[in-house]
Design a protein around this ligand. Structure first.
Ligand SMILES: Nc1nc2c(c(=O)[nH]1)N[C@H]1C(S)=C(S)[C@@H](COP(=O)(O)OP(=O)(O)OC[C@H]3O[C@@H](n4cnc5c(=O)[nH]c(N)nc54)[C@H](O)[C@@H]3O)O[C@H]1N2
Ligand SMILES: Nc1nc2c(c(=O)[nH]1)N[C@H]1C(S)=C(S)[C@@H](COP(=O)(O)OP(=O)(O)OC[C@H]3O[C@@H](n4cnc5c(=O)[nH]c(N)nc54)[C@H](O)[C@@H]3O)O[C@H]1N2
Ligand code: SF4
Ligand SMILES: [Mo]
Length: 728
């Protein structure tokens, strides 16, 4: 019989979950041995008001799972792993790294930051500061296979210093290719369903555009369901309609837009009839969007998620989406309150004017593989595999993988896996035996989130919270008895010390003689905060601070104007205009395909995170190919049949799932499933969709983002995957 703990011996403590940007306030139940036995949403949390999802509820398993790695592992000659002490692992890694640096120079050293490397406030900047100390530009992360199109816009179009309108204070939101009810990003991440209901109750109108009628779309006042990859033309046509009707903010444009006439001319060919035809939507919907967004709505925001940013023409599409905000002047004006000017990194009052970030990608250094420059200080991840594989000066020999699973999640899985296998030294900071961990020479398991003191993700603090806010959480528990896990930042500390490189964090030098405490490192992150560190720590549910930041008048000496149509954007609009799809005969590299594969997410995992957690795994053991019932009938496919999805880069076999929410000619499927190529057990793990995606072609300009959604594919019934026993 299982031991039953008397309730009296349990105690409850408050903290917040750090699996995703929800950062939900939680109540965590600990047993007598201080093990986490339950988590639930904290109704008193001022931001998330009791919300928790299945991943957050399973935090006890994340911490106590028998599959969790608790001691560093070293891969032996025969491919097996041996446990070694953390101190020895760090020493061996340091020696090997020093050898590589001496022999090949800093360009041979790279890092990949995955989504598990974004949620600890100390390492968020320490990794980049460490790379800078070594002198390598090889800073790879998930950003350039996600939504870096948004950062490209800041340089090409311009950035409004005093901030945008926010959904919390708007009367209209136009959301393109995002599903906040599942992904807990966009709109309002703080208890998304409840907050959206509140915003709708005070009159918010919601327009959603997505090839799939998402969970969030049930709250849409207007739902538009185009073919993937057609957001750019639809938005261009909406802009055309608004300008033609005079529903734009003419006074704002006259003052802050350099080239409105050029924009007007460039969007002219995007008439609603031809756009409706290519996007396969009723042309009248284009006018409806314009009416709701610009004619009727006075404060509002057009924004997007991964959908348009992973589809073809993503940079120009994102640019056009922001042009919609520009022509309607959807920004904080002089004298208005800036809704969140930061807490940990406060900006103070800023002028109501445009500034342009430099075009970093036009400067040195450039990627030796495909010539892309840096975007937001990062290399294009689509070049990472070749940067490892291709010999020559600057070839990457050492990769530090901080919280990522590139062997599964980076496009062109087969090439990525080949590259990871070929590395001289691959070190993964990773709590579970992922496909990437399997290929690593050393696996350094970290503390899980309730085992560390922390602050919310400061890089997005202004986006996540409508008012300046932060929250300290102490660690709740120690790592399980007998474990030898790292605190993550100590890796950088040890390696900097070993290499004799001075290390800073946010510009503040770190003592490499006497190891600082966790709190000392966190207090550096909070060094510029609105209130002193002790005051932050004293508030168990977090601190709000009324910063009284109001947008200042424009400074004529520094004010710039939005540039809606720089030459390169104009060229991309021309390419977009020319690239009209033919329904059911989608072209890719000279071949013709009958479907477009779209990317999506699901509730019970965060990318691949959660694959070893039994309850989450049971909820979704593999990734289905969701299809429209009409398409399935046409192709003779029934619910539960095996189907082969084949692109011009590879083929995968999955189970078909009938889903009336998916539009015709689209197959919608999640990434983050499966093991190493040819080692997949589909029924228990699924398969990586990144076998279908190329990094040799179909890359975006500037950030090199691969075509990860709207990918032309053929879909046919199949006999199912070849059983693993029969493969090679
Ligand atoms: N085809 C296709 N590919 C995609 C996408 C897509 O839509 N379609 N989406 C892309 C996007 S948006 C992203 S962000 C990437 C994600 O790509 P990755 O970040 O490479 O993948 P994840 O599965 O999120 O991996 C996170 C890892 O961090 C580990 N981890 C969890 N907690 C911690 C921790 O506290 N510390 C450390 N060190 N590790 C931790 C987890 O166990 C997990 O292995 O995938 C991209 N790839
Ligand atoms: N539960 C859960 N939450 C997550 C994640 C997870 O894996 N699981 N991943 C996290 C990560 S790394 C990220 S980056 C965020 C992403 O957050 P979101 O961007 O909200 O991600 P999705 O839920 O995949 O929503 C993308 C939507 O775009 C649609 N779409 C695909 N292609 C196109 C297109 O060409 N045009 C349009 N208009 N729509 C298109 C898809 O149908 C889908 O509904 O979510 C984060 N949150
Ligand atoms: S994983 Fe779930 S509980 Fe945790 S922060 Fe995200 S939404 Fe909240
Ligand atoms: Mo992401």
């Amino acid at each position: 019989m299982a031991d039953v703990e008397p309730a009296a011996r349990l105690r409850e403590v408050k903290s917040f979950c750090r699996i995703c940007t929800g950062l939900c306030g939680t109540i965590v139940t600990l047993d007598e041995q201080d093990r986490i036995v339950a988590t639930r949403g904290d109704r008193d949390d001022p931001q998330t008001m009791g919300f928790i999802c299945s991943k957050g509820m399973n935090a006890p398993d994340f911490h106590n799972s028998p599959d969790r790695l608790l001691r560093p592992l070293k891969r032996m000659e025969d491919g097996s792993f041996s446990e070694i002490p953390l101190a020895q692992a760090l020493e061996e890694i340091g020696d090997k790294l020093a050898g590589i640096l001496d022999r090949d120079g800093p360009d041979a050293v790279a890092s990949f930051r995955g989504s598990g490397g974004f949620f600890y406030a100390v390492t968020l900047n320490l990794l980049t500061d460490w790379l800078a100390a070594i002198g390598t530009p090889k800073n790879y992360s998930t950003l350039s296979i996600d939504q870096s199109a948004k950062t490209v816009v800041l340089s090409r179009l311009g950035h409004w210093m005093a901030g945008k309108n926010r959904v919390q204070f708007s009367d209209v939101a136009f959301l393109i290719g995002a599903n906040p009810f599942v992904s807990i990003t966009q709109l309002d991440c703080r208890n998304p369903v409840k907050r959206l209901k509140e915003h709708k109750a005070r009159g918010l109108k919601l327009i959603i555009m997505d090839p799939r009628r998402t969970e969030t779309a049930q709250y849409a006042d207007l739902f538009v369901q185009p073919l993937p990859g057609q957001d750019g033309p639809v938005v261009a046509s909406v802009i055309r309609t608004i300008l033609a009707e005079g529903w734009h903010d003419a006074a704002f444009c006259a003052e802050h837009v350099a080239d409105l006439d050029l924009l007007r001319a460039v969007v002219e060919p995007f008439d609603p009839d031809s756009v409706g035809k290519r996007a396969d939507i009723p042309p009248a919907q284009i006018r409806e969007i314009a009416e709701i967004f610009a004619r009727d709505g006075k404060r509002g925001i057009a924004s997007s998620g991964t959908g348009p940013d992973m589809s073809p023409h993503s940079n120009v599409t994102e640019h056009l989406i922001e042009c919609l905000n520009v022509i309607c002047g959807r920004y904080t004006r002089e004298g208005e309150e800036m809704t969140n000017a930061g807490f940990l990194f406060p900006t103070g009052s800023l002028p109501a004017q445009v500034m342009h970030f430099p075009r970093s990608w036009e400067m040195e250094p450039k990627n030796r593989i495909n010539g892309f420059g840096l975007v937001w200080g990062e290399m294009a991840t689509s070049a990472m595999a070749d940067d490892i594989l291709q010999p020559g000066e600057g070839q990457v020999k050492f990769l530090l993988n901080l919280g990522g699973n590139p062997a599964n999640c980076v496009p062109d899985q087969r090439k990525m896996v080949k590259a990871l296998r070929s590395l001289e030294l691959l070190v993964s900071v990773e709590p579970f035996m992922t496909p990437t961990a399997q290929l690593s020479h050393y696996i350094l398991p970290p503390r899980m989130f309730y085992e560390r003191a922390d602050l919310p993700m400061h890089i997005f603090e202004q986006i996540l919270y409508p008012r300046p806010y932060t929250r300290y959480t102490p660690k709740l528990v120690d790592p399980p008895a007998g474990s030898d896990v790292c605190s993550e930042w100590d890796i950088f500390w040890h390696l900097a010390r070993r290499l004799g490189k001075p290390l800073t964090l946010h510009g503040i030098p770190i003592d490499l003689e006497n190891k600082p405490s966790d709190d000392a490192m966190l207090s550096i992150v909070a060094d510029k905060a609105l209130v002193p560190w002790d005051a932050i720590k004293a508030e168990p549910l977090g601190c709000f601070h009324d910063a009284n930041t109001f947008a200042l008048p424009l400074d004529p000496a520094t004010a710039s104007q939005f540039t809606t149509m720089p030459d390169d954007v104009r060229e991309e609009v021309a390419d977009l205009l020319a690239d009209a799809p033919v329904m059911g005969a989608f072209k890719s590299n000279g071949e013709t395909f009958s479907f477009l594969m779209t990317s999506r997410r699901q509730r019970h995992r965060f990318n691949s995170i959660g694959f070893k957690i039994p309850e989450l795994h049971r909820a979704m053991p593999h990734n289905f190919g969701y299809m429209n019932p009409g398409d399935m009938a046409d192709a003779g496919i029934r619910d539960g049949d095996w189907i082969e999805i084949a692109s011009d880069n590879g083929a995968i076999t999955v189970l078909a799932k009938e889903d009336g929410a998916v539009r015709r000619k689209v197959v919608s499927i999640c990434h983050g499933f499966g093991g190493l190529p040819d080692e997949d057990e589909f029924m228990s793990d699924g398969v990586s969709t990144n076998q279908l995606i190329s990094t040799d072609r179909d890359l975006q300009t500037i950030n090199g983002t691969p075509r990860m959604s709207g990918v032309p594919v053929n879909v046919r019934r199949s006999n199912g995957p070849v059983p693993r026993a029969l493969v090679g």
